[in-house]
Design a protein around this ligand. Structure first.
Ligand SMILES: [Zn+2]
Length: 274
């Protein structure tokens, strides 16, 4: 949120130390702006500290445009030395840093303009509208020690007091459509190859329905839950999580859920460190 971080609020000192959202967002922004490396020596993969380009002790401001990131040795070496003096032997680097510091937040500004136009349009509907930021999501997640996953990211969006837990399994809803209008299949030259039946329902079942088949004996003995593909013969195929069971008689099948254009599956919540 470039409005929040360029409003001229002090970003260091007590507020930053306590890890406020503003400070956290500012740090995320600086990491992006300065390429996650020390501005002075180019070191990556080292802890980086927020650094005043023009030292605070010499009247440098707390505004985001005067902040960069430096590794601890560079930060300590520079201390309150004016940046022009500190980089006297590296004029090209000095010029690059001063230019980068002043670089307008042009891309971010464009995104912001679009974002606020969207927000105004949504607010005009009089529905309650809340906004969040990627920085806030990450900040929330860092407070609850939640691992990184899409599901848990969604759980941490926006203003929240606390997250006390999360499910081990998540419901995955996938749009599958409601079948084809086409009444034929074509071969690779575009000629009709076979006619599809006009009637979609066979013995009350339609392809795509979520069904449960209970078979007492035979090679498919057991309970199978999955998507059914109907055939006019009354002998159906059921695709379960473990594979496709072919030739199951409709008499053994019950219908927990009619196909509604979506598939519903549960899966173990997995995390992927990014
Ligand atoms: Zn350095």
């Amino acid at each position: 949120d470039t409005h929040a971080i360029s409003a001229g609020k002090p970003l260091e000192g007590i507020e930053y130390q306590q890890g406020t959202l503003a400070g956290y967002e500012a740090r995320q922004y600086l990491l992006e702006k300065w390429g996650r490396t020390c501005a002075y020596c180019g070191m990556a993969g080292t802890p980086l500290q927020v650094e005043h380009i023009h030292p605070k002790a010499r009247g440098g401001s707390d505004r985001i445009a005067n902040l960069t990131l430096a590794c601890r040795p560079c930060n300590q070496a520079k201390n309150t030395t004016p940046v022009e003096e500190f980089l006297r032997s590296k004029p090209a680097l000095l010029a690059r840093i001063l230019k980068q510091a002043k670089a307008p937040l042009r891309d971010a500004t464009a995104v912001n303009a679009t974002r606020w136009a969207l927000w105004r349009a949504l607010t005009a509907t009089t529905l309650p509208v809340a906004t969040g930021s990627g920085g806030r999501t990450k900040w929330n997640r860092s407070r609850t020690n939640a691992p990184k996953s899409h599901t848990l990211d969604a759980l941490h969006v926006g203003e929240l007091a606390q997250v006390t837990g999360w499910p081990g399994r998540v419901l995955v809803i996938k749009a599958t459509g409601r079948g084809l209008y086409s009444r034929t299949r074509t071969d690779r030259y575009g000629f009709p190859r076979l006619r599809l039946p006009r009637i979609k329902h066979v013995h009350g079942f339609a392809t795509g329905d979520l069904v449960r088949a209970t078979l007492a004996k035979g090679k498919h003995a057991g309970v199978h839950t999955g998507r059914v593909a109907v055939r006019t013969t009354g002998s159906f195929n059921i695709t379960t999580a473990t594979g496709t069971r072919q030739g199951i008689n409709h008499k053994h099948i019950r219908l927990p859920q009619r196909a509604d254009g979506y598939s519903y599956t549960a899966r173990q919540e997995t995390t992927n460190e990014r």
